[in-house]
Each structure stands twice: as structure tokens, then as C-alpha cells.
Write a protein that binds this ligand. Structure first.
Ligand code: ADP
Ligand code: MG
Length: 706
């Protein structure tokens, strides 16, 4: 393995060395230009062309000093991935001389042929132009290939010729602006003003690490990211002996390389550990502003894969690579922070700050209750459907876990009819024995999809390969909406005593939304029944969850805050449905191909082999077991053949549907059940056939790599 920088340098010496950060800006820009640019980044001052030219020049010089030869506008189209098109700095001037060029214009705006990106009908092919627009709030960075080729990456938003968002960044920036506005408005009204409020996000990323050799022998993993066949190994994760277990040497080497690569990109990779499943791991960076956290999470996923390749490994980011084994998620830790460093979801020591806490806390509760379906939608995908609702994953029902401490406070609010005096008494009592609400006090309920964990909310439903953008767009917007509603109430009660107005808001909101709070075991069947009694949504699959985008109130919400207009929402709805159907179809086609060209021939070959032996043994009045085995296999082979036909019919029926919704429904109701039936038979056969005949690495080979 290559020697790591960490062998010889302190981390702080090379941290963010590939980022055009404050340090790089200072080194490559004049003092005046630097100051002017900081105003643009921090206070949203307009960027003029002259300054843009200066910044571009500094970026180019800096990037070239790091060996970069190209630049790219790096953006997030309406997939879960990122996109880039490289341009070399090299150019020819009017005298035919070779020059190195990168102007403010190149930096600020790019024009991309957008025709091959999903647009959900937002743009006709004849007007295929799309624009990429520089996001000054996320720093530019250099991506290097394993061989050292360097590209300056400029984070950008991506929109159509008509200005509609064609990406995941634009709505996130819009939602952050809206949340900032509504949070400041409320803080102002309650006498706690600040200059800005930003959502902070820490995304914990789960992943599997398997050997490249095994990966390359599994077409299902290669094509679909998950195993479409495979019987459970004799030992899975039932003993829970993987979680936090000692990390294997080769994984530690991988993690060291990964961390170093991320640190160079200015990503604060912080925590690493083994997860519940064999060969499953997790990485968490330190939280940062939602926009940067989202960009960084994309880089984390990309870097995880790239570094794995260097180590003869493959990093799997699919939500459920292995049936019967824990899937992978991405926990979205979310809080609100003011420019002067106050976490608005942190309980304070006095009545005043607790009032602020309770207002913001209640805004989240109300928002989650009002828009459960939309939150569920924000993590809906064919991949995540394989995980959500499983025994180790969050259920499909959204509820909020608040923990004992907050439960007690809420109970005081409910029974004393919201008088702050009582809460204060309670908190003072609490303060005597426990001076501060320590983070550890918030015992975690691992079964909850949305848990309050001391000073932040942790949304655990997000799938491991999904972008962090969508869940945060939704969270920011729905919380902004609730905060706005609170402010409206305060404004309407002008002249009344503020304390009692706030008490009433907190009480009323709690009473109206307390059904969303659930501190029990989310995996139990009792909860499913109880949730139905409470009238909570139970959207068990992505196709149903996408319908949230058609709900009247949801459209009105997006319109009101300018997050998406109706055309943009409709486009996203179409893209989600299309992606769902395509994923299921690709899985079906891959399964059919493996079933027909690999599994069936091998099962028949093995049966044939047994038949030859049974014949020979029969002459000796032996071979009873062989005959028994042949008959068992005969049944399986027949069933398997029928299951192949059934899946083929289902696939054709779904393909013949032209309406997007109907097609997705057909994929869900016709293809998926047949796909799963086919698998069951294959897995049964795998368990009785000679392993050498089977020929492909099985779960044991893949998951218990030595
Ligand atoms: P866990 O037990 O869930 O792993 P951690 O304390 O390790 O909890 O935090 C997990 C993630 O939450 C990390 O990415 C961390 O940076 C992030 N995080 C911690 N505090 C906050 C906060 N106030 N806002 C947003 N994210 C946070
Ligand atoms: Mg967590």
C-alpha cells in the first residue's frame, strides 16, 4: 500500500490542502479582493464581473500550483449522483499563442447540453441547453485521480434555459434561505434576534466493503448494486458480534487511506466503526452547513468507491446489498444554528433559552406531523424499499422519538396547560440534580425513524446511496413553514403578554401534533396498529410515497416558499417514478439473465451428473440418496423454469404500460413479487447443490472475507 501522508505529517498540515479555502484565498488574492469576496460568501453581496475575474485568476493559479490541468462545473443533476465535464485551462489567443485561461465568466456560469440528464419533461430536446451557476457558498476543490490527474471542481447549481431547477442543489439553497428568513423572523419576535440561521447537518454513511475479486464474479452486484440471488450463510449477524468489533487490518488500511483522502478535501472524517452486518462499516464527518454537508457527502461516497478500488476492494452503497442481512442507511443529523453560535435545538439553563428551545422543538414536531408523507417521500426509492420496514431498519411509519427528558417536560406542558412557570419549576428541579442536559441523557431509541438526540434530530430513513439534499430540502421547508405559522400567531396577538402567547402556542401545537410522538419499539406490530389508530401514514413503498408530491397542501407549501413551482414538482414526480421503474426493470432483466444462463444450466448439469452416478450405482443396488436428490432437484428445476416464465410475463406486461404511474405500479405489483419468488427457489437449490458446481461466490465467501 502507498505510504500515507499521515505517516510523516500532522493532519492539520495537510487538512483541506485540496480546497480553495480561506487559507488558499488569502495566499492567492490581494487583501482588498479577499475582503470583497468574503463579503460575497458570507453576506450575500452581489458579485461583479471584475471581482469574479480576480477570483477566477486566483483559483486557476492555486489549482495549477496543485497540478490541476482542467476545471469543471461540478453539479448534482436529478439523479443521486454528481456530474462534471472537464475543460482544460489551455487555450489559444487571437495571435495563435498558447495561453492558460480561466475567466470570471468561466467561473460564474457554464452552459451544458442538458439533453441527456433527466428533466422529467421540464425541457424539450430542441432547447436542451442548461446552465450551471457557481455556488459561492461551497468551496471549490481539486479532485485527483489515482494517477495524479487533477481537476478544479466548482460546485454549481444546474437549471434549464427557462430557469427551472434541474438539480438537487438549487432547491436546497432555496430551502435554506427560507428557513433562515422564518427562523430569524421568529427570533426577532421573541426578542432573540440574530443575523442568520443555518441548518447544520451531519450525515453518517454506512457501507459494505467486499473483495473486488468476489464482486467481479457477481453480475447481480455489478449491474444492480445488490445480490439478486444468494442463500443466507450458516452464520449471519444474529450474534451481533460485528457491531463495534475490532476492525480488520485491511479495512483499517482502507479507512486510513480514505480518511486522508477526505481530509485533503477538507472533509472532517471523524468516526469510523464496524456496523451490525459482517463487512459493513460506517463513517461520520463532523457536521457542517446543510449545503456543504450535502456536497461533502457526495464526495465521501465517491471517495469511498475510489479508495476501495486502490485496495483491491469494492465499496457497496446500495441500501440492501444482501437479503436477510442489515441494509445500509445514511443518518441525517439536523439542527439549527445562529451566526453567533447558538444551537436552537439545545436546551438552555434558564427559562428564556428554554422557551426558545421549546418553540423550535415544537416547530419540528408540528412540521413532521403535518408532512409525514413528504418526509417519507424524501427517502423513497426502489433501493430503499428493500430496507425500510425491515427488522433492522426504520419502519415506513414516520414518528418522532423525544426521549425521557423531553417527554417529562411535554407532560408538564400538557397537564399544567402550558404555564411557563411550571416548566421552569420542573427544569429547576432537574437542574439541581443534573446541572446540564448531557448528551448521554438522551437515551437513543434505535428503532425510531426520527429521533431527538439531545440537541439535534436524527432522521434515519435516508438510504445509503441517496443524496442528502432531498431530505434536507423537505426538513428545512416544513420547519420554516411551522416557524412562519408561529410568527403569524405572535403577530396576530400583538398587545398581549408575550410569555403567555408563547405558552399558548407551545401548548396548542403540542396538543395538535402529539400523535406523531412515539417513544416505544417501532419494530413491533402493535405500533403499526396504534399508528393506524392515530391516523399516521404508513407508506410501505416508494410508489405510494411519491404521491405526497401530488397532495394539494404539499404543492401549496412548495409554491408559497418558492422551493418548487408546480412544473418543477411534477417533473420530479415523473423522474422518481421513472427511476423506480427502471431500477426494477434492470433488476428483473439481470435476474432473468443470471437465472437462464447461469443458475438453471448449473442446476441441470449437477442433476445430470447425479443421474450418471445414480445409474452406475443402481447397478450395484446403491445410489438411493442420489435418486432422492435428483427428484428434489427435479421439482426445484421445474418450479424455477416456471418462475422464469412468470417473471418474463410480468416484465413484458409492465413494459407494455405507457403511463408512468401505471408502469411503476406494475413494476411493484407484478415484477417484484415474481423476482422474489424466483430468488427463493434459486436459494433453495444453492443450499443443496455442490458448491463447486454453483460456481459463483456465495454470501459466506463475500461477507466473511479473510
Ligand atoms: P451517533 O451516536 O448517532 O453516532 P454522534 O454524536 O456521533 O451520534 O453524531 C453523529 C453525527 O451527528 C455526526 O456526523 C455529528 O457531527 C453529527 N452532529 C452532532 N451534533 C450535531 C448538531 N448539533 N447538528 C447536526 N449534526 C450534529
Ligand atoms: Mg446516528
Amino acid at each position: 500500500m502507498a505510504r500515507l501522508l499521515t505517516d510523516e505529517k500532522r493532519i492539520t498540515d495537510f487538512f483541506a490542502c485540496d480546497v480553495f479555502d480561506d487559507k488558499a484565498m488569502k495566499a492567492f488574492m490581494s487583501g482588498a479582493d479577499y475582503n470583497a469576496f468574503v463579503e460575497v460568501i458570507q453576506n450575500g453581496k452581489e458579485l461583479d464581473r471584475q471581482l469574479a475575474d480576480k477570483v477566477a485568476d486566483a483559483m486557476k493559479e492555486w489549482a495549477m500550483s496543485k497540478g490541476a490541468t482542467h476545471y469543471t462545473h461540478w453539479f448534482q443533476p436529478l439523479t443521486d449522483a454528481t456530474a462534471e465535464k472537464h475543460d482544460a485551462f489551455i487555450s489559444i489567443d487571437q495571435n495563435g499563442k498558447t495561453i492558460l485561461e480561466f475567466s470570471g465568466k468561466n467561473l460564474m456560469r457554464g452552459e451544458a447540453d442538458a439533453s441527456s440528464f433527466p428533466s422529467g419533461g421540464l425541457r424539450a430536446t430542441f432547447e436542451a441547453r442548461g446552465y450551471t451557476i457557481w455556488d459561492v457558498t461551497s468551496p471549490a476543490f481539486i479532485k485527483k485521480s489515482n494517477g495524479g490527474a487533477g481537476v478544479l471542481c466548482i460546485p454549481t447549481a444546474f437549471c434549464s434555459f427557462g430557469g427551472e431547477a434541474l438539480d438537487k442543489k438549487t432547491p436546497l439553497l432555496r430551502s435554506m434561505a427560507v428557513l433562515d428568513k422564518e427562523a430569524r423572523r421568529l427570533l426577532e419576535l421573541i426578542g432573540k434576534p440574530c443575523k442568520s440561521v443555518s441548518p447544520n447537518v451531519g450525515g453518517e454513511q454506512e457501507y459494505f466493503l467486499i473483495s473486488k475479486e468476489a464482486f467481479n464474479k457477481r453480475d447481480d452486484l455489478k449491474i444492480t448494486g445488490r445480490t439478486l440471488f444468494g442463500a443466507l450463510p450458516p452464520k449471519g449477524q444474529e450474534k451481533n458480534d460485528q457491531y463495534y468489533a475490532k476492525i480488520k487490518e485491511d479495512v483499517l488500511d482502507y479507512m486510513a487511506d480514505l480518511n486522508e483522502s477526505l481530509w485533503k478535501l477538507g472533509i472532517t472524517a471523524k468516526t469510523q466503526h464496524n456496523e451490525v452486518a459482517p463487512s459493513q462499516h460506517e463513517l461520520a464527518p463532523i457536521f457542517t452547513s446543510a449545503n456543504i454537508a450535502t456536497d461533502q457527502n457526495q464526495l465521501i461516497m465517491e471517495t469511498m468507491k475510489k479508495v476501495a478500488d486502490r485496495h483491491g476492494l469494492k465499496c457497496l452503497l446500495h441500501e440492501k446489498p444482501f437479503d436477510g442481512i442489515s441494509g445500509s442507511g445514511k443518518h441525517n443529523n439536523w439542527s439549527l444554528c445562529t451566526d453567533d453560535g447558538r444551537n436552537l435545538l439545545s436546551m438552555g439553563k434558564d427559562e428564556q433559552s428554554n422557551r426558545t428551545f421549546l418553540l423550535f422543538f415544537m416547530a419540528v414536531i408540528a412540521a413532521v406531523d403535518d408532512y409525514q408523507d413528504l418526509l417519507r417521500m424524501s427517502c423513497a426509492s426502489a433501493g430503499n424499499d428493500r430496507r425500510i420496514g425491515g427488522h433492522e431498519a426504520p419502519p415506513a411509519i414516520i414518528s418522532v422519538y423525544v426521549g425521557d427528558k423531553v417527554s417529562q417536560i411535554l407532560s408538564v406542558i400538557e397537564h399544567k396547560n402550558g404555564e411557563f412557570k411550571n416548566i421552569k419549576e420542573y427544569l429547576e428541579m432537574g437542574v439541581k440534580t443534573m446541572p446540564k442536559l448531557k448528551k448521554d441523557d438522551s437515551d437513543r431509541n434505535r428503532t425510531s425513524p426520527f429521533a431527538f438526540t439531545g440537541n439535534k434530530f436524527e432522521f434515519r430513513m435516508v438510504g445509503s446511496q441517496q443524496t442528502l439534499s432531498t431530505p434536507n430540502v423537505i426538513l428545512n421547508t416544513i420547519v420554516a413553514d411551522a416557524l412562519g405559522r408561529f410568527s403569524d400567531k405572535i403577530e396576530a396577538a400583538k398587545g398581549e403578554e408575550l410569555d403567555s402567547v408563547l405558552s399558548k402556542i407551545i401548548y396548542d401545537e403540542y396538543m395538535a401534533h402529539k400523535r406523531i410522538i412515539f417513544n416505544g419499539n417501532n419494530y413491533s406490530s402493535d405500533w403499526t396498529e396504534e399508528a393506524a389508530r392515530r391516523g399516521l401514514y404508513n407508506l410501505t413503498n416508494a410508489v405510494d410515497a411519491f404521491e405526497a408530491l401530488n397532495r394539494k397542501e404539499v404543492r401549496a407549501l412548495f409554491n408559497k416558499y418558492g422551493i418548487f413551482n408546480d412544473v418543477e414538482v411534477a417533473a420530479r414526480y415523473r423522474i422518481y417514478l421513472t427511476d423506480y421503474s427502471q431500477t426494477v426493470n434492470i433488476e428483473a432483466r439481470t435476474a432473468l439473465s443470471i437465472a437462464k444462463t447461469c443458475i438453471l444450466p448449473r442446476a441441470m448439469a449437477y442433476q445430470g451428473e447425479l443421474a450418471v452416478k445414480a445409474n452406475a450405482l443402481g447397478a450395484l443396488s446403491c445410489g438411493k440418496i442420489q435418486v432422492k436428490q435428483i427428484k428434489t432437484l427435479e421439482k426445484y428445476i421445474n418450479d424455477f423454469d416456471k418462475a422464469i416464465d412468470a417473471l418474463e410475463v410480468a416484465t413484458k406486461t409492465a413494459q407494455a404500460t405507457s403511463d408512468l404511474k401505471e408502469k411503476a405500479v406494475a413494476c411493484r405489483d407484478l415484477i417484484i413479487p415474481k423476482l422474489d419468488e424466483l430468488r427463493v427457489i434459486a436459494d433453495e437449490m444453492e443450499l443443496i447443490c455442490d458448491k463447486n458446481v454453483w460456481g459463483r461466490p456465495n454470501y459466506q465467501d463475500i461477507l466473511f472475507r479473510d
